[in-house]
Design a binder for this molecule. Sequence first.
Ligand code: ZN
Length: 142
Amino acid sequence: MIKYKLICTDCEVTFDSWFSTSKEYEKLKKKKFLNCYICNSLNVEKALMSPSVFMPKNYSKTDSQIQKYKRTNEIILKYQKFIKKNFNYVGENFVYEARSIHYKNKKSPKGIYGTATKEDLKELKEEGIETELIPWVKDNTN
Ligand SMILES: [Zn+2]
């Protein structure tokens, strides 16, 4: 026996259904014997397996999420400090500066960071200039 998670694409309900083999599922589907137990629709599909998450009973969702968020923020802030110390901020001139360092072999003892649009970054990438997107949070400490 195989258990499949099925989803009705009409009313979006999901339910488990047992089949003797995977072929049986195909057969029933072809013969239109598979229907939604709520709305009777025949648009029933095998639901894609999604990663499962296990939550302990005493798990408090909000607390843990806040903790996780705080931790992530701390990491980002540390990262930001490092970047601020070791990179030159060029703001909206980022694309221009990146190009001039790349093409003119401009000696730059430091890396640069600044703002650019996704399209800009794509263009840079096509020119062989690798950039890195970094998460950024508002730093209230200075
Ligand atoms: Zn349905």
